[in-house]
Design a protein around this ligand. Structure first.
Ligand code: SF4
Ligand code: SF4
Length: 444
C-alpha cells in the first residue's frame, strides 16, 4: 500500500539582526554571562557557563557585538539574564571551531571513544533535551544524578542501570510537529547520535518509536542496518507520546509513580531531534546553532523551519506569514501541554520545538464555575485519576489530601481541561497543587 509522504524537510531561515540568548534554556541552574556589552564574539564562543552541574553552557549563535545583557522572559515565563548580540552577518566561527580537532571522523569512532568522553562533549556543547523544561542532556544521561527527584521525595535510591534507549520520532503535542519533518534524516548524523546516546547511557537495546501511517521508510531502513528495533506508535489516541506510557507499551516496564522516571526502570527516552543534535555535535566538533521549529495553528503558512537559536519567536511567526488579525494566544510546545507566552520577543531556545497560534475568538477561556459532576474528565483521564476531585482539592488548597488521591500521578496532559463543560482551569489547579506538594516535601 502506498504510504503518504513524510512531512517536508525544515525550511532554513536567515539569521536575525539580533539574537537573544538566555543564560538558562532548560530546567535547572542559570549560567553566568562570560561576556560584557561591547565585546566582540564569534559563533560557538562560550558566552555563558557555570560550575553548577545542572547548568548548560551557552554559546554565541552569530558573530557580532554584545549589545546588552538584559532580563527577559524565557519560554517558561521566568525572567532570565539574556545576552543580546548584534549580528555582523559574517557567521565567523571562533578560532578553535573554524577547524575543530575533536570532530569524529566516522561512526566506528563512537565505539572507540570512552562514554565519559562522549558525555563530556555533550556537556561542553550545552545540549539540552528538546522539550519545554527539558533538562541539560548531560544531566539526563548521567546515572548518578538520575534519581534525584525520586530520592528527595521518597529517600529510596534507584540504581538500576539503563539497558534500553527509546528514540522518539513521534511528536508529543500535534499539530506542533518538529520530529515529523525529520523523518527523512536517516544519515550518518542520526546513526552517530543514536550510537553515542546508547554508549553513554549503557543501553544495549535501541527502539525507534515511529509514527504509524506516515512514511518513515528511511528511518526503518537505517534501523534495520543498525540492528535497532522499530515500533509503530498510533497517533490516534492522545497522549500517545507520553514517556511513561510509551515505556510501558514498548518494554512492558511500569515507571514507578508518582515520582519515578523512565531511567528508574532502566530506560532513557530521547526525542529524534536530540539524537540528531548529538550526532551533529560529535561529527562537526561544533555546538548546535539552530533549532528545528514548528509553527502550527492560525498563521498564513504553517510549517517547520530551521531557526538560529536566539531568534525572537515573533520573527519566526512573520516568516510563517504572520499571525491572525485578531490577537489570541501563542503557546510554546503545543495546544495541550504547552505554555502560553506573553512576549513575542521571547527567543527560540534549545528547549523549544515549536509554537501553536490561536486567534482571539478561538482561545478557550477558563471560568470560575463550580464542577457540575458530569464525569467527562474521569472518562478521559489516561492515568485513571478522578480529575474533578483533585481539581476541587487543589482549588481549596487541600494539597496533601489531593496527594493522597494520587495527584502526583497526573501527567498534565490537559485532557480533563479540554472536555470540561464548566470550563474549569483543571491543569492550572493540578499543576499548582503538584508544585505545592513538592515544595512541602522539600521542606520536610
Ligand atoms: S491533566 Fe487531567 S486528564 Fe491529564 S493526567 Fe492529569 S488529571 Fe488526568
Ligand atoms: S469535566 Fe469539569 S464539570 Fe465535569 S466532572 Fe470534570 S471537573 Fe466537573
Amino acid at each position: 500500500m502506498p504510504r503518504p509522504p513524510a512531512a517536508a524537510p525544515p525550511q532554513p531561515l536567515p539569521a536575525p539582526a539580533k539574537v537573544y540568548l538566555p543564560m538558562r534554556q532548560h530546567q535547572g541552574a542559570v549560567a553566568q554571562p562570560k561576556v560584557e556589552p561591547g565585546d566582540k564574539v564569534t559563533m560557538g564562543q562560550v558566552i555563558g557557563a557555570s560550575d553548577d552541574f545542572e547548568a548548560a553552557n551557552v554559546q554565541a549563535t552569530v558573530s557580532g557585538t554584545v549589545e546588552a545583557i538584559i532580563e527577559m522572559p524565557d519560554p517558561s515565563g521566568g525572567m532570565v539574564p539574556t545576552v543580546v548580540i548584534a549580528n555582523d552577518g559574517a557567521d565567523a566561527w571562533s578560532e578553535e571551531l573554524a577547524s575543530p580537532e575533536n570532530a569524529l571522523a566516522s561512526l566506528e569512532e563512537v565505539g572507540l571513544t570512552r562514554p565519559s568522553r562522549l558525555l563530556k562533549r555533550v556537556r561542553e556543547a550545552g545540549l539540552v533535551r528538546s522539550q519545554v523544561q527539558g533538562r541539560p542532556l548531560h544531566v539526563d544521561l548521567s546515572p548518578p544524578m538520575a534519581p534525584q527527584s525520586y530520592l528527595y521525595m521518597t529517600g529510596i535510591p534507584v540504581v538500576r542501570p539503563i539497558d534500553t534507549l527509546i528514540v522518539k520520532a513521534v511528536d508529543p503535542d500535534p499539530p506542533v510537529c518538529p520530529n515529523a519533518s525529520l523523518l527523512g534524516e536517516a544519515g550518518d548524523t542520526l546513526a552517530v547520535g543514536v550510537a553515542a546516546l546508547a554508549r553513554i547511557s549503557g543501553a544495549k537495546r535501541v527502539i525507534l518509536a515511529l509514527p504509524s501511517g506516515v512514511d518513515a521508510s528511511a528511518l526503518s531502513a537505517l534501523a534495520k542496518q543498525r540492528e535497532w528495533e522499530t515500533a509503530s506508535v498510533s497517533q490516534t489516541k492522545y497522549p500517545f507520546a507520553n514517556d511513561h506510557l510509551m515505556v510501558l507499551s514498548l518494554t512492558g516496564r511500569e515507571v514507578p509513580t508518582p515520582y519515578g522516571e523512565p531511567r528508574d526502570v532502566g530506560v532513557t527516552v530521547q526525542p529524534l531531534s536530540t539524537a540528531l543534535d548529538v550526532g551533529s555535535v560529535l561529527l562537526s566538533g561544533r555546538p548546535v546553532m539552530e533549532r528545528v521549529f514548528s509553527v502550527a495553528g492560525e498563521v498564513k503558512n504553517p510549517g517547520v523551519f530551521k531557526v538560529r537559536l536566539g531568534t525572537p519567536i515573533g520573527e519566526v511567526l512573520q516568516a510563517a506569514g504572520g499571525g491572525p488579525s485578531q490577537a489570541g494566544k501563542v503557546v510554546v510546545g503545543g495546544p495541550m501541554m504547552g505554555l502560553a507566552i506573553y512576549d513575542l520577543g521571547t527567543p527560540v531556545t534549545r528547549e523549544t520545538q515549536g509554537v501553536f497560534v490561536q486567534s482571539g475568538p478561538k482561545v478557550r477561556h477558563y471560568a470560575d464555575h463550580p464542577c457540575i459532576h458530569c464525569g467527562r474528565c474521569v472518562a478521559v483521564c489516561p492515568v485513571n485519576l478522578i480529575p474533578s476531585e483533585l481539581g476541587k482539592l487543589c482549588e481549596f488548597r487541600m494539597y496533601e489530601e489531593a496527594a493522597e488521591q494520587n495527584l502526583m500521578n497526573c501527567i498534565e496532559c490537559g485532557c480533563c481541561a479540554y472536555v470540561c463543560p464548566a470550563q474549569r482551569p483543571m491543569v492550572h489547579f493540578l499543576r499548582h497543587g503538584k508544585t505545592e506538594v513538592m515544595a512541602g516535601r522539600m521542606e520536610q
